[in-house]
Design a protein around this ligand. Structure first.
Ligand code: HEC
Ligand code: HEC
Ligand code: HEC
Length: 418
């Protein structure tokens, strides 16, 4: 009896003390919770939009400014966007950031080059921009002055951008499709806006704007080819299931392929850190993008001279890993048969991988990426052209042949990038 009375009294005192201690701070604690939720949301928006990719040096301070970005206009460097007052965006307001994302206008009203993917970010919602702003304000300020514009004449004239904008860029809002599910619309928002997938996967017009009639149908990135990610069964990913696509975006590997180059980076920084629900939403949207039916090109005959040379090179240099049936080994060596990358009209990625090799993506789920060795030192241009032509026209594959000239050009591009 007595024990119970005591403890009730103690409890009562404890509760009063707690209440008194909590009272003055109750408001700010609530505000902190709200801020925390907003900051956390902003962190996720930054991940889904992959802001860190361009605005940081590999291994450098996040958001303090990036490494040179090779664009069709020339070389650009992404500036410092930490809250540093002198060299970052410490003096900016939320409205300034909104103008950058929505309208492509940077510091001092200058028109930005579309290497900053504002043609995609223009569709960001107000809520996402507010969260992103709140998050960026909490980053460590870093003093680092960056000269963004390293373009050669005449592209270094920002005035040109005013012309580009007038012709090609309209600030836009994301328009949900009321006939589609909320999941599909979330996927559309992620692909078209935050994920800016079209920046790499959509072919460009002569002026560098997205060719919207061919959205996501594959594009050349100066040394890489980002293949079609539409539901096209031959060049795209129409024969992937939702789970296979989610596995690729989450881990960089699936039944068919391993991600390399710029996509490995996008997976590492961005999609591998997104929620499963968001990755499924992306799949719901992409696997519903049906481009007009295009017939497969005629397959090269097996007794064509290029095919014969290619077969010999393949047996000698590739078969040990990719297999005589072109099926590779799941999660180790990509399948070359029935592959969108292998059959893409543009063979840039294939040529480059054979010349230069590549290490596949490493993610938390798959920490060691297997590597393809560089073979450019062993094979001459004609041999590389032949083996690439061979894998494009073997098993059930069919795609235009590749010339030694194309290989020579890629060797030059790679020599410049090294
Ligand atoms: C593909 C690379 C890339 C990505 C991704 C990217 N940026 Fe940029 N950003 C750039 C480049 C390049 C510039 C400079 C463009 C210019 O000077 O014309 C730039 C400019 C800016 C500026 C203007 C700064 C100034 O000093 O005028 C801001 C702000 C900015 N980016 C914020 C962001 C945010 C926030 C994200 C993510 C939502 C992001 N960027 C994603 C490449 C990128
Ligand atoms: C910085 C450029 C870049 C961005 C941004 C990018 N991709 Fe890619 N993507 C590539 C390249 C290059 C490849 C080819 C890589 C390879 O062959 O391993 C690729 C490959 C892929 C593939 C595999 C296709 C196949 O047939 O093997 C899928 C799926 C994909 N990307 C989806 C996406 C999605 C979804 C987004 C947006 C969330 C996105 N990508 C954003 C450059 C990019
Ligand atoms: C030692 C094993 C090995 C050898 C030999 C090898 N590869 Fe690879 N290959 C790989 C690995 C591992 C990858 C994945 C690398 C990545 O994604 O970055 C790959 C990727 C590829 C891809 C990209 C496929 C995709 O879905 O993205 C092609 C095409 C390719 N190899 C063709 C060849 C050809 C042609 C040869 C011979 C000239 C060859 N490989 C020799 C291991 C090998």
């Amino acid at each position: 009896m007595m024990g119970a009375g005591m403890s009730r009294k103690r409890l009562a005192i404890a509760a009063t003390v707690l209440a008194m201690a909590a009272m003055p701070t109750l408001r700010s604690a609530q505000a902190d919770d709200q801020d925390f939720a907003l900051i956390e949301r902003g962190r996720y928006v930054a991940v889904a939009a992959d802001c860190v990719a361009c605005h940081s040096l590999p291994g450098g301070k996040p958001y303090a400014g990036g490494s040179p970005l090779y664009t069709p206009f020339g070389t650009l460097v992404a500036p410092n966007i930490t809250p540093d007052r002198e060299t970052g965006i410490g003096n900016w307001t939320e409205e300034d950031l909104r103008r950058t994302l929505r309208e492509g206008i940077g510091r001092g009203g200058k028109r930005l080059y579309p290497a900053m993917p504002y043609p995609a970010y223009t569709r960001m919602t107000d809520d996402d921009i507010r969260a992103l702003w709140t998050y960026l304000r909490t980053r460590e300020p870093v003093s680092n002055a960056v000269e963004a514009n390293q373009l050669p004449f005449p592209f270094n004239i920002r005035l040109l951008m005013a012309g580009w904008n007038l012709l090609n860029f309209e600030p836009e809002r994301f328009k949900p499709d009321p006939d589609k599910s909320p999941e599909w619309n979330r996927g559309a928002y992620l692909v078209q806006s935050l994920g800016h997938c079209g920046t790499c996967h959509t072919p460009k017009t002569m002026l560098g704007a997205d060719d919207t009639d061919r959205a996501l149908q594959g594009a050349n990135l100066q040394g890489w080819y980002a293949p079609a990610i539409t539901a096209d069964p031959r060049q795209g990913i129409g024969d992937w299931t939702t789970d296979q696509l989610v596995a690729y975006l989450k881990t960089g590997a699936n039944h068919q392929t391993l991600a390399s180059g710029p996509m490995a980076e996008a997976i590492q920084n961005s999609t591998s850190k997104m929620t499963d629900a968001d990755l499924k939403a992306i799949a719901a949207y992409l696997l519903d993008q049906k481009p007009p039916e295009a017939g497969a090109p005629a397959r090269l005959a097996a007794d064509d001279g290029r095919m014969r040379t290619g077969e010999a090179v393949y047996a000698d240099t590739c078969m040990a890993c990719h297999g005589g049936d072109g099926k590779g080994q799941t999660f180790l060596f990509p399948t070359l048969a029935d592959s969108g990358v292998v059959q893409a009209d543009d063979p840039a990625t294939l040529i480059r991988l054979v010349l230069d090799g590549s290490r596949a993506v490493a993610t938390d789920d798959r920490p060691t990426g297997p590597a393809m060795p560089p073979l450019g030192w062993r094979l001459d241009d004609a041999q590389v052209a032949a083996v690439v032509t061979y894998i494009r026209n073997s098993w059930s594959n069919a795609a235009p042949p590749v010339s030694a000239d194309e290989v020579a050009r890629m060797r030059k591009t790679l020599a410049q990038a090294h």
